[in-house]
Design a protein around this ligand. Sequence first.
Ligand code: GYE
Length: 345
Amino acid sequence: MRKQKFRKSRAVFISVCLLLCFLLGGCGSAKKEDAESGRESAGLVIGFSQLGSESAWRLGNTASMENAAREHGISLVVNNGMQKQENQIAAIRSFIAYQVDVIVFAPIVEEGWANVLQEAKEAGIPVIMMDRLINIKDSDLYDAYIGPDHYLEGVNAARFLMKKAEEMQAANDSAAEEESGKIRIAELSGTEGSSPMISRYKGFHDLIDNDDRFEILETVSGDFLRSKGRECMRSLLKKYPGQIDVLYSHNDAMTLGAIEVMEEQGIEPGKDIVIISVDGEQAAVDLLKEGKINCVVECSPMLGDAVMDLAEKIVSGQDYPRVTHPAEGCFTEYDDLSSLAPRGY
Ligand code: GYE
Protein backbone atom coordinates (compact mmCIF):
# COMPACT_ATOMS: atom_id res chain seq x y z
CA MET A 1 0.00 0.00 0.00
CA ARG A 2 2.76 2.40 1.03
CA LYS A 3 4.79 1.31 -1.98
CA GLN A 4 1.88 1.97 -4.30
CA LYS A 5 1.37 5.39 -2.83
CA PHE A 6 5.09 6.10 -3.21
CA ARG A 7 5.08 5.04 -6.87
CA LYS A 8 2.07 7.23 -7.51
CA SER A 9 3.64 10.28 -5.95
CA ARG A 10 6.84 9.56 -7.84
CA ALA A 11 4.97 9.55 -11.13
CA VAL A 12 3.31 12.83 -10.18
CA PHE A 13 6.70 14.18 -9.27
CA ILE A 14 8.16 13.26 -12.68
CA SER A 15 5.27 14.89 -14.48
CA VAL A 16 5.75 18.07 -12.49
CA CYS A 17 9.45 18.04 -13.29
CA LEU A 18 8.80 17.63 -16.96
CA LEU A 19 6.21 20.35 -16.97
CA LEU A 20 8.66 22.67 -15.24
CA CYS A 21 11.39 21.69 -17.66
CA PHE A 22 9.26 22.56 -20.63
CA LEU A 23 8.12 25.81 -19.02
CA LEU A 24 11.72 26.75 -18.25
CA GLY A 25 12.79 26.04 -21.81
CA GLY A 26 14.76 22.88 -21.06
CA CYS A 27 13.94 19.54 -22.55
CA GLY A 28 13.01 16.29 -20.96
CA SER A 29 12.25 12.68 -21.53
CA ALA A 30 10.72 10.37 -18.98
CA LYS A 31 9.55 6.83 -19.43
CA LYS A 32 8.94 4.28 -16.73
CA GLU A 33 9.13 1.39 -19.13
CA ASP A 34 10.45 0.94 -22.62
CA ALA A 35 8.16 -1.01 -24.86
CA GLU A 36 10.83 -1.72 -27.48
CA SER A 37 13.56 -2.96 -25.19
CA GLY A 38 11.04 -4.74 -22.96
CA ARG A 39 13.23 -3.82 -19.97
CA GLU A 40 11.46 -3.29 -16.68
CA SER A 41 11.68 0.20 -15.31
CA ALA A 42 14.37 0.56 -12.69
CA GLY A 43 12.20 3.36 -11.31
CA LEU A 44 15.22 5.62 -11.09
CA VAL A 45 14.93 9.33 -11.62
CA ILE A 46 18.04 11.12 -12.87
CA GLY A 47 18.36 14.88 -13.06
CA PHE A 48 20.73 15.76 -15.88
CA SER A 49 22.22 19.23 -16.21
CA GLN A 50 23.57 19.51 -19.76
CA LEU A 51 25.75 22.53 -20.30
CA GLY A 52 24.38 23.68 -23.63
CA SER A 53 24.01 22.82 -27.30
CA GLU A 54 27.09 24.46 -28.78
CA SER A 55 28.26 21.66 -31.09
CA ALA A 56 27.31 18.46 -32.89
CA TRP A 57 29.30 16.70 -30.17
CA ARG A 58 27.00 18.16 -27.50
CA LEU A 59 23.81 17.29 -29.41
CA GLY A 60 25.12 13.73 -29.86
CA ASN A 61 25.83 13.56 -26.14
CA THR A 62 22.33 14.71 -25.15
CA ALA A 63 20.78 12.22 -27.57
CA SER A 64 22.98 9.43 -26.18
CA MET A 65 21.79 10.21 -22.63
CA GLU A 66 18.13 10.31 -23.67
CA ASN A 67 18.29 7.08 -25.67
CA ALA A 68 20.17 5.22 -22.95
CA ALA A 69 17.72 6.38 -20.26
CA ARG A 70 14.83 5.10 -22.38
CA GLU A 71 16.53 1.74 -22.83
CA HIS A 72 17.29 1.42 -19.13
CA GLY A 73 13.76 2.44 -18.12
CA ILE A 74 15.16 5.43 -16.28
CA SER A 75 13.29 8.73 -15.99
CA LEU A 76 15.64 11.43 -17.19
CA VAL A 77 14.93 15.06 -16.47
CA VAL A 78 17.16 17.15 -18.73
CA ASN A 79 17.93 20.80 -18.26
CA ASN A 80 19.90 22.75 -20.86
CA GLY A 81 22.20 25.26 -19.14
CA MET A 82 22.50 27.34 -22.32
CA GLN A 83 26.24 27.81 -21.76
CA LYS A 84 25.81 29.48 -18.36
CA GLN A 85 27.18 28.10 -15.10
CA GLU A 86 24.48 29.87 -13.06
CA ASN A 87 21.79 28.02 -15.03
CA GLN A 88 23.50 24.72 -14.28
CA ILE A 89 23.73 25.54 -10.58
CA ALA A 90 20.02 26.47 -10.53
CA ALA A 91 19.15 23.19 -12.29
CA ILE A 92 21.17 21.14 -9.79
CA ARG A 93 19.44 22.97 -6.93
CA SER A 94 16.04 22.10 -8.41
CA PHE A 95 17.09 18.43 -8.75
CA ILE A 96 18.02 18.49 -5.05
CA ALA A 97 14.67 20.06 -4.15
CA TYR A 98 12.84 17.36 -6.15
CA GLN A 99 14.97 14.66 -4.51
CA VAL A 100 16.02 12.88 -7.68
CA ASP A 101 17.90 9.61 -7.16
CA VAL A 102 21.06 10.69 -8.98
CA ILE A 103 22.36 13.96 -10.39
CA VAL A 104 24.45 13.90 -13.58
CA PHE A 105 26.08 17.07 -14.84
CA ALA A 106 28.47 18.19 -17.55
CA PRO A 107 30.24 21.13 -15.90
CA ILE A 108 30.83 24.03 -18.27
CA VAL A 109 33.92 25.20 -16.35
CA GLU A 110 36.19 23.65 -13.72
CA GLU A 111 35.77 26.14 -10.88
CA GLY A 112 32.84 27.23 -8.71
CA TRP A 113 30.89 24.06 -7.87
CA ALA A 114 31.74 23.46 -4.20
CA ASN A 115 28.62 25.02 -2.63
CA VAL A 116 26.02 23.32 -4.78
CA LEU A 117 27.79 19.96 -4.53
CA GLN A 118 27.92 20.32 -0.76
CA GLU A 119 24.14 20.82 -0.86
CA ALA A 120 23.71 17.65 -2.93
CA LYS A 121 25.91 15.74 -0.49
CA GLU A 122 23.91 16.96 2.49
CA ALA A 123 20.73 15.85 0.72
CA GLY A 124 22.30 12.40 0.23
CA ILE A 125 22.04 12.52 -3.58
CA PRO A 126 24.89 10.89 -5.51
CA VAL A 127 26.53 13.01 -8.21
CA ILE A 128 28.10 11.77 -11.44
CA MET A 129 30.22 14.15 -13.46
CA MET A 130 30.04 13.49 -17.15
CA ASP A 131 32.27 14.66 -20.02
CA ARG A 132 34.10 17.45 -18.19
CA LEU A 133 35.96 17.56 -14.88
CA ILE A 134 35.92 20.10 -12.08
CA ASN A 135 38.70 21.41 -9.87
CA ILE A 136 37.72 20.89 -6.27
CA LYS A 137 39.61 20.38 -3.00
CA ASP A 138 37.14 17.93 -1.48
CA SER A 139 36.84 15.20 -4.08
CA ASP A 140 34.21 13.50 -1.88
CA LEU A 141 31.74 16.04 -3.22
CA TYR A 142 31.13 13.89 -6.28
CA ASP A 143 30.89 10.15 -6.63
CA ALA A 144 32.27 9.36 -10.07
CA TYR A 145 33.47 10.75 -13.38
CA ILE A 146 32.71 9.29 -16.79
CA GLY A 147 34.24 10.98 -19.75
CA PRO A 148 37.06 11.28 -22.21
CA ASP A 149 40.69 11.77 -21.23
CA HIS A 150 41.14 15.29 -22.58
CA TYR A 151 44.83 15.42 -21.68
CA LEU A 152 45.45 12.35 -23.82
CA GLU A 153 43.58 14.02 -26.68
CA GLY A 154 46.07 16.91 -26.55
CA VAL A 155 48.94 14.40 -26.51
CA ASN A 156 47.46 12.54 -29.49
CA ALA A 157 47.23 15.81 -31.42
CA ALA A 158 50.89 16.57 -30.65
CA ARG A 159 52.03 13.05 -31.58
CA PHE A 160 50.43 13.38 -34.99
CA LEU A 161 52.10 16.74 -35.52
CA MET A 162 55.51 15.39 -34.54
CA LYS A 163 55.17 12.71 -37.20
CA LYS A 164 53.84 15.14 -39.80
CA ALA A 165 56.67 17.59 -39.04
CA GLU A 166 59.26 15.27 -40.56
CA GLU A 167 57.43 15.32 -43.85
CA MET A 168 56.79 19.08 -43.66
CA GLN A 169 60.40 19.92 -42.96
CA ALA A 170 61.70 17.69 -45.73
CA ALA A 171 59.33 19.35 -48.22
CA ASN A 172 59.93 22.87 -46.98
CA ASP A 173 63.62 22.85 -46.17
CA SER A 174 64.60 25.72 -48.40
CA ALA A 175 61.51 27.86 -47.69
CA ALA A 176 61.78 27.28 -43.95
CA GLU A 177 65.43 28.30 -43.91
CA GLU A 178 64.50 31.74 -45.19
CA GLU A 179 62.21 32.30 -42.24
CA SER A 180 62.59 31.12 -38.67
CA GLY A 181 63.06 27.52 -39.78
CA LYS A 182 60.27 26.57 -37.45
CA ILE A 183 56.83 25.12 -38.02
CA ARG A 184 54.42 27.82 -36.89
CA ILE A 185 51.24 26.83 -35.10
CA ALA A 186 48.03 28.74 -34.47
CA GLU A 187 45.79 27.27 -31.78
CA LEU A 188 42.03 27.67 -31.48
CA SER A 189 41.15 26.75 -27.92
CA GLY A 190 37.79 25.86 -26.37
CA THR A 191 35.75 27.59 -23.67
CA GLU A 192 38.04 29.39 -21.19
CA GLY A 193 38.22 27.60 -17.86
CA SER A 194 36.66 24.37 -19.15
CA SER A 195 38.47 21.09 -18.50
CA PRO A 196 38.75 20.05 -22.19
CA MET A 197 40.24 23.46 -23.03
CA ILE A 198 42.73 23.28 -20.15
CA SER A 199 43.72 19.65 -20.73
CA ARG A 200 43.82 19.72 -24.54
CA TYR A 201 46.09 22.74 -24.24
CA LYS A 202 48.32 21.09 -21.65
CA GLY A 203 48.58 17.70 -23.36
CA PHE A 204 49.61 19.37 -26.60
CA HIS A 205 51.99 21.92 -25.10
CA ASP A 206 53.71 19.40 -22.82
CA LEU A 207 55.10 17.77 -25.97
CA ILE A 208 55.33 20.61 -28.47
CA ASP A 209 56.85 23.32 -26.26
CA ASN A 210 59.96 21.21 -25.64
CA ASP A 211 60.50 20.49 -29.32
CA ASP A 212 62.39 23.30 -31.02
CA ARG A 213 61.03 22.48 -34.45
CA PHE A 214 57.83 24.27 -33.42
CA GLU A 215 56.72 27.78 -32.59
CA ILE A 216 53.26 28.65 -31.23
CA LEU A 217 52.20 31.91 -32.87
CA GLU A 218 49.12 32.42 -30.71
CA THR A 219 46.36 30.63 -28.81
CA VAL A 220 42.90 32.21 -29.09
CA SER A 221 39.63 30.99 -27.62
CA GLY A 222 36.82 30.19 -30.04
CA ASP A 223 34.56 28.96 -27.21
CA PHE A 224 33.93 25.61 -29.01
CA LEU A 225 31.64 27.47 -31.45
CA ARG A 226 31.67 27.33 -35.23
CA SER A 227 30.84 31.05 -35.51
CA LYS A 228 33.76 31.97 -33.24
CA GLY A 229 36.01 29.56 -35.13
CA ARG A 230 35.30 31.67 -38.22
CA GLU A 231 35.91 34.94 -36.41
CA CYS A 232 39.16 33.81 -34.80
CA MET A 233 40.53 32.31 -38.03
CA ARG A 234 39.81 35.53 -39.87
CA SER A 235 41.75 37.60 -37.37
CA LEU A 236 44.61 35.07 -37.16
CA LEU A 237 45.04 35.13 -40.95
CA LYS A 238 45.05 38.91 -40.88
CA LYS A 239 47.61 39.06 -38.10
CA TYR A 240 49.89 36.32 -39.50
CA PRO A 241 49.49 36.50 -43.29
CA GLY A 242 51.15 33.52 -44.99
CA GLN A 243 52.79 32.50 -41.70
CA ILE A 244 50.51 29.83 -40.29
CA ASP A 245 51.74 26.32 -41.08
CA VAL A 246 49.47 24.41 -38.70
CA LEU A 247 46.08 24.95 -37.09
CA TYR A 248 45.44 23.00 -33.89
CA SER A 249 41.74 23.38 -33.05
CA HIS A 250 40.20 22.06 -29.82
CA ASN A 251 36.98 20.97 -31.53
CA ASP A 252 35.46 20.16 -34.90
CA ALA A 253 32.85 22.92 -34.77
CA MET A 254 35.55 25.62 -34.65
CA THR A 255 37.56 23.75 -37.29
CA LEU A 256 34.63 23.77 -39.70
CA GLY A 257 34.26 27.54 -39.24
CA ALA A 258 38.01 28.08 -39.73
CA ILE A 259 38.03 25.99 -42.93
CA GLU A 260 35.22 28.10 -44.40
CA VAL A 261 37.34 31.22 -43.89
CA MET A 262 40.47 29.63 -45.36
CA GLU A 263 38.58 28.61 -48.47
CA GLU A 264 37.05 32.06 -48.85
CA GLN A 265 40.61 33.42 -48.87
CA GLY A 266 41.93 30.91 -51.40
CA ILE A 267 43.93 28.96 -48.82
CA GLU A 268 43.85 25.19 -49.26
CA PRO A 269 43.00 23.55 -45.92
CA GLY A 270 45.00 20.39 -45.27
CA LYS A 271 47.70 21.50 -47.74
CA ASP A 272 48.63 25.16 -47.25
CA ILE A 273 47.72 24.80 -43.59
CA VAL A 274 47.91 21.45 -41.81
CA ILE A 275 44.79 20.98 -39.70
CA ILE A 276 44.44 19.00 -36.50
CA SER A 277 41.00 18.85 -34.90
CA VAL A 278 39.38 17.13 -31.92
CA ASP A 279 36.00 15.32 -31.57
CA GLY A 280 35.48 13.10 -34.61
CA GLU A 281 32.06 14.25 -35.74
CA GLN A 282 30.93 12.99 -39.12
CA ALA A 283 31.47 16.32 -40.92
CA ALA A 284 35.11 16.46 -39.79
CA VAL A 285 35.81 12.84 -40.69
CA ASP A 286 34.36 13.52 -44.15
CA LEU A 287 36.78 16.45 -44.56
CA LEU A 288 39.64 14.26 -43.38
CA LYS A 289 38.77 11.79 -46.13
CA GLU A 290 38.73 14.68 -48.63
CA GLY A 291 42.21 15.77 -47.49
CA LYS A 292 41.02 19.07 -45.99
CA ILE A 293 41.81 17.99 -42.44
CA ASN A 294 44.96 16.01 -41.63
CA CYS A 295 44.13 14.55 -38.23
CA VAL A 296 40.96 14.16 -36.16
CA VAL A 297 41.50 13.14 -32.54
CA GLU A 298 38.53 11.11 -31.37
CA CYS A 299 36.45 12.22 -28.38
CA SER A 300 33.26 10.21 -28.08
CA PRO A 301 30.03 11.77 -26.80
CA MET A 302 28.30 8.37 -26.63
CA LEU A 303 28.45 8.15 -22.87
CA GLY A 304 24.76 7.54 -22.07
CA ASP A 305 24.82 3.79 -21.60
CA ALA A 306 27.85 3.87 -19.31
CA VAL A 307 26.28 6.69 -17.27
CA MET A 308 23.03 4.75 -16.77
CA ASP A 309 24.94 1.58 -15.77
CA LEU A 310 26.94 3.59 -13.28
CA ALA A 311 23.87 5.30 -11.80
CA GLU A 312 22.21 1.91 -11.32
CA LYS A 313 25.31 0.53 -9.59
CA ILE A 314 25.64 3.52 -7.27
CA VAL A 315 22.00 3.43 -6.23
CA SER A 316 21.95 -0.33 -5.67
CA GLY A 317 25.11 -0.19 -3.54
CA GLN A 318 27.36 -2.17 -5.91
CA ASP A 319 31.04 -1.43 -6.45
CA TYR A 320 31.75 1.04 -9.20
CA PRO A 321 34.80 2.72 -10.71
CA ARG A 322 35.43 6.29 -9.65
CA VAL A 323 36.83 7.24 -13.06
CA THR A 324 35.83 5.76 -16.43
CA HIS A 325 37.43 6.81 -19.72
CA PRO A 326 35.92 5.34 -22.89
CA ALA A 327 38.47 3.93 -25.34
CA GLU A 328 39.23 6.54 -28.01
CA GLY A 329 41.38 6.66 -31.08
CA CYS A 330 42.84 9.10 -33.52
CA PHE A 331 42.07 9.26 -37.24
CA THR A 332 44.78 10.59 -39.52
CA GLU A 333 45.60 11.06 -43.18
CA TYR A 334 48.00 8.10 -42.83
CA ASP A 335 45.17 5.68 -41.99
CA ASP A 336 42.87 3.67 -44.21
CA LEU A 337 39.46 5.09 -43.23
CA SER A 338 37.41 3.24 -45.84
CA SER A 339 35.79 0.92 -43.30
CA LEU A 340 35.22 3.49 -40.57
CA ALA A 341 31.62 3.16 -39.29
CA PRO A 342 29.31 6.20 -39.45
CA ARG A 343 30.08 8.33 -36.44
CA GLY A 344 26.51 8.97 -35.28
CA TYR A 345 27.19 12.63 -34.35
O1 GYE B 1 34.96 18.63 -27.67
C1 GYE B 1 33.13 20.11 -27.88
C2 GYE B 1 32.01 20.38 -26.97
O2 GYE B 1 33.36 18.84 -23.51
C3 GYE B 1 34.44 17.21 -24.79
O3 GYE B 1 32.54 20.23 -25.69
C4 GYE B 1 33.42 18.28 -24.75
C5 GYE B 1 33.64 19.36 -25.77
C6 GYE B 1 33.69 18.91 -27.21
O4 GYE B 1 31.35 21.50 -27.22
O5 GYE B 1 32.77 19.92 -29.20
